[in-house]
Design a protein around this ligand. Structure first.
Ligand code: AMP
Length: 249
């Protein structure tokens, strides 16, 4: 069974995101970029299924600028067999990515796509769901356990206040939650080997997909700075302030 794993290049999770001085976006220049953490978990899930003999090939896909090659090389070092970069300088929104992935799914014919549940830059949490809808495939989001059969997968999902286990028919899209696994690190020999693994570069035009933005980013701003707190002398003063200043009681 082939598995496709989309991996997004995002600002490293250790770096605090700051708006650009003109508010036109998030400052990325000179900052460390990494694979989206949920996509590392998706890669790990695919690798474990391959190690268990249930998956024959893992294809990593990234859509974005040429720099995404680095993210794909990481995916190859972790255990992907080959990679595809859909290269564009356009800012891609989830629907555009889902359309690109759909064409690649039709070309590659995987039985499973494992995505992250969300990219930590835009927090959209949309791409996997949109891809499943465009393909007419089953979907199981926020997976914390995956058991793969031949025609079905059993997926345990984290929901408010508990766990839900679904049986979905294959082919399907699964999106990963934090507790699915702990991703491995790429070893130095595997980083070296990854340089020789195949990485194909395509453009959205090659795939016949229009990735023009459907929304315009108006402004990115810091949240307002928190006001300092004050000390009250007694409960009466607290109640007075809650009633007459904060007006919350
Ligand atoms: P989002 O819907 O943007 O929160 O992203 C959810 C998941 O879709 C990510 O964790 C990735 O697996 C995949 N994804 C989103 N954008 C891209 C991209 N530009 N390239 C590859 N995969 C992506």
């Amino acid at each position: 069974m082939k598995v496709l794993v989309p991996v997004k290049r995002v600002l490293d999770y250790n770096i605090k995101a700051r708006p650009k001085a003109d508010g036109s976006g998030v400052e990325l220049s000179g900052l460390k970029m990494s694979m989206n953490p949920f996509d590392e978990i998706a890669m790990e899930a695919a690798i474990r299924l391959k190690e268990a003999g249930q998956v024959s090939e893992i294809i990593a896909i990234s859509c974005g600028t040429q720099a995404c090659q680095e993210t794909l090389r990481t995916a190859l070092a972790l255990g992907a067999d080959r990679a595809v970069l859909v290269e564009t300088d356009e800012a891609l929104q989830p629907l555009a990515v889902a359309k690109l992935l759909k064409v690649l799914v039709l070309r590659e014919q995987p039985r499973l796509v494992i995505c992250g549940k969300q990219a930590i830059d835009d927090d959209a949490n949309q791409t996997g769901q949109m891809l499943a809808a465009l393909l007419g495939w089953a979907q199981a989001t926020f997976a914390s356990r995956i058991e793969l059969g031949t025609d079905h997968a059993s997926v345990t999902r984290e929901i408010d206040g508990g766990l839900e286990t679904l049986s979905i028919t294959l082919p399907a899209v699964i999106t990963t939650d934090l507790r699915l696994n702990e991703p491995r690190y790429a070893t130095l020999p595997n980083i070296m080997k990854a340089k020789k693994k195949p990485l194909e570069t395509l453009t959205p035009a090659d795939l016949g997909v229009d990735v023009t933005s459907r929304l315009t980013l108006l402004k990115v701003a810091e949240p307002p700075a928190r006001q300092g707190g004050i000390k009250v002398n007694d409960v009466a003063e607290l109640l007075d302030k809650l009633k007459n200043e904060a007006k919350v009681i």
